[in-house]
Design a protein around this ligand. Structure first.
Ligand SMILES: Nc1ncnc2c1ncn2[C@@H]1O[C@H](COP(=O)(O)OP(=O)(O)OP(=O)(O)O)[C@@H](O)[C@H]1O
Ligand SMILES: [Mg+2]
Length: 533
């Protein structure tokens, strides 16, 4: 004997809307409901199975599901299921997600701003670390610096503005040449600049490879994009000199009018004798001015404290490989969660750096042989991408977009899971959303976002999807592989909370008199002082 479980998809009253039929005459006062059968609970074993083997007969009794019936349907938190909240309709029943499916089949957490996305992710991460997964391998790309607070006991937190061991480093030389210029100078420059830049960077990388004992690479196989260290300051000086050099004899490179030699390491430019008027010597070199303001923008970028996180680790000819330490720090060492805090970095540079991190983690996972201790299939890694639309959407920097989309498409095979967190699901590419096996949809007020999520949800939950704009804060529709049935759930609040709490307006009532901006300004300048030491 089985109990059938169904969800109500429509209710009505005959005078207003005739029932779905078949019927000839509607009886006055007749109330009807339309249901969709979802599965059955075996009365003996109390086990729930999706799908129905036998249909209800006429005049079978129908009643609202009781707590004990719902408990049979929803798996309890265990070594395979992680608790995320409780049923909205029956709050004694916990809702737990299948960890395997949640991690390796990707997931999306969507909701308008303030709906509780960061909170549900923080609470899930706390449950991982406190529960049965103390050796988890989770990397959180935290654009706003919110997670460190909620996870300080379990996470290695690195921030671009941190000091010492808490400083996050993403070496510029891991980027392709054009992206390095984009990160520091804000644009890749015109075609002539790009050509010079690419050729100088390739030269510099080759020189490094030919001197580095730890790299077994053939210098002739090195291109401007090969991720090996080089000194960007030397390349800057070369580009800057080309842009400003004057000569006694225009075509003769040995007739340079150098007054004072610059220094690449201190970013001091060469000083040349100003060119004469009307084409008289000293003359401009043939490339004079072709790079416009790019060399100067590059110099300012290299001095910008917000970009200092890109300058290390530099790498030396003697070794060891600086990427080993960098990747290990991104993965959080032995902590179950690693928070990479990009708060305070210009958006363009953050996108590029995040692109490098995603690309490297994925490339490493692909190459990890099974049976070893690396990341990937032997030890899956979950990447939580906050503000995912910024890195995976159409307008994202190619390196980030390609890496994120590739993980969405192929990550499952190589043990790299993705959790996309966004308030703009309509900006996510369809392919990426389609790869998300589980969707946690919090309140969505924007209609294009709602329709995007509605199309991503199975047909059986169209009724539930209508509730998207009216969900409470911290309430979500959860649907997909990690949960037996599409469900409306009240999510657990994380403890401690992330820094995402709405600010309190208490100070507007009690009044503190003066507003001290001095300390903040000192800290703001402090960043500069710290970098120039
Ligand atoms: N489960 C919950 N129950 C009750 N309140 C919650 C819950 N989760 C979050 N909140 C409250 O909602 C507010 C916003 O939460 P949160 O910062 O997580 O939203 P968000 O969706 O990440 O917002 P944003 O898009 O701006 O990043 C917070 O003040 C938090 O306390
Ligand atoms: Mg948030």
């Amino acid at each position: 004997m089985v109990d059938l479980i169904a969800t109500v998809t429509l209710v009505g009253i005959s005078e207003l809307t005739p029932g779905p039929g078949p019927h000839e005459v509607s009886r006055v006062g007749e109330r009807w409901l339309q249901i969709q059968l979802l599965g059955e609970v075996d009365r003996g074993t109390r086990q729930f199975r999706r799908g129905v083997g036998s249909y209800p007969g006429l005049d079978d009794p129908v009643h609202f599901a009781r707590t004990e019936e719902l408990e049979a349907v929803y798996p309890h938190p265990s070594t395979t299921h992680i608790r995320v909240g409780r049923l909205s309709s029956s709050q004694a029943v916990p809702v737990a997600l299948d960890v395997n499916k949640l991690v390796v089949r990707h997931s999306a957490v969507v909701g308008s701003t303030g709906s509780g996305k960061t909170s549900v992710v923080a609470s899930l991460l706390q449950s991982f670390a406190r529960g049965h997964w103390p050796a988890a391998n989770i990397v959180v790309i935290d654009s706003h610096g919110e997670y460190g607070h909620a996870l300080s006991d379990y996470a290695s937190v690195r921030s671009v503005l941190g000091t010492g061991a808490t400083r996050l480093h993403v070496p510029y030389w891991a980027l392709p040449a054009a992206d390095i210029l984009r990160a520091f100078a804000g644009s890749a420059g015109g075609p002539t600049t790009q050509k010079s830049w690419v050729s100088y960077v390739a030269d510099a990388r080759r020189t490094f490879v030919s001197t580095a004992s730890w790299l077994k690479l053939d210098p002739s196989a090195v291109t401007a994009d090969t991720p090996v260290p080089f000194d960007i300051r030397e390349v800057w000086l070369r580009l800057d000199s080309e842009n400003r050099e004057t000569r006694q004899d225009k075509p003769n490179p040995s007739s340079v009018c150098l007054e004072k030699e610059g220094n690449a390491q201190t970013l001091t430019p060469n000083v040349y004798t100003p060119h004469g008027p009307g084409g008289r010597p000293p003359m401009q070199n043939p490339q004079f001015g072709v790079h416009g303001s790019t060399p100067e923008l590059l110099r300012l970028g290299l001095l910008d404290p917000r970009l200092a996180f890109l300058l290390e680790p530099a790498g030396t000819a003697e070794g060891p490989d600086p990427l080993v330490g960098a990747v290990d720090s991104w993965l959080g060492g032995t902590k179950p969660v690693s928070v990479l805090d990009f708060n305070g970095v210009p958006d363009d540079a953050a996108e590029l750096a995040i692109g490098v991190i995603l690309k490297l983690i994925f490339d490493i996972a692909i190459r990890t042989p099974s049976g070893t201790e690396g990341i990937g299939r032997p030890c899956p890694v979950l990447i939580v991408l906050e503000e995912a639309h910024r890195y995976i959407g159409e307008d994202a920097a190619p390196i980030a977009r390609e890496a994120a989309n590739k993980i969405a498409r192929e990550g499952r095979k190589y043990g790299v899971g993705l959790m996309l967190v966004t308030q703009r699901p309509s900006d996510l590419p369809d392919t990426a959303l389609a790869q998300c096996g589980t969707i946690i949809a919090l309140r969505l007020t924007n209609s294009s976002d709602q329709s995007k999520i509605r199309t991503a949800l199975p047909d059986s939950v169209t009724g539930l999807a209508e509730t998207l704009p009216s969900l409470r804060t911290g309430e979500a529709l959860i649907s997909g592989e990690a949960l037996v049935l599409p469900t409306r759930a009240l999510l657990d609040r994380p403890d401690p909370l992330p820094m995402a709490e709405d600010p309190s307006l208490d100070s507007w009532q009690t009044g503190i008199g003066t507003r001290d901006v001095q300390t903040s300004l000192a800290r703001w300048r402090g960043i500069y002082a710290q970098e120039r030491e």
